[in-house]
Design a protein around this ligand. Structure first.
Ligand code: ZN
Length: 150
């Protein structure tokens, strides 16, 4: 069950300790920076898109456990997907994290990301969880501006 608080803690802590796809990328096709002033979370996202597929993705940054683990899980969730699919995952994630849905109808799309639905109970942490996604969206859409959750 995804409702298990223990499982949630375990997965978040694991991604925080050993973030996946962490580091810069020399051959990225797009980069984007995000900042959440409420918490101080910062992220730089590196994206390599080829023929509309997210071939590679990595990130660097400092932040709280939620922001880091969410970014780590985000990279795993969209790697290998098409740009359109990645944006679909983002939509499903945003609906779940803002409690517009409980994630169950999008289980297949969300995969492991569904574990983060517990964050919806903590409004102050929602921006920590969505920072990497907003940054991803900006990178995918090729906007050059810096992203702030404010
Ligand atoms: Zn944070």
């Amino acid at each position: 069950m995804f409702d298990s608080q223990e499982l949630y803690q375990e997965i978040v802590m694991d991604h925080n300790r050993r973030p996946r796809n962490f580091g810069s990328m020399t051959d990225s096709t797009a980069t984007s920076e995000g900042f959440n002033p409420l918490c101080g979370d910062q992220i730089t996202l590196f994206l390599k898109v080829s023929e509309d597929i997210v071939e590679d993705i990595s990130f660097e940054g400092v932040g709280c456990a939620i922001s880091k683990s969410s970014a780590s899980m985000m990279t795993e969730g969209v790697k290998g997907k098409s740009v359109e699919e990645a944006l679909t995952v983002f939509e499903a994630f945003r609906e779940m994290i803002t409690a517009k849905s409980d994630g169950s109808k999008d289980s297949e799309i969300l995969g492991d990301l569904e574990i983060l639905k517990g964050v919806a109970q903590y409004p102050t942490r929602i921006k920590c969880a969505t920072l990497s996604w907003h940054t991803l969206q900006a990178a995918l859409q090729g906007t050059e501006r810096d992203i702030s959750t404010e």
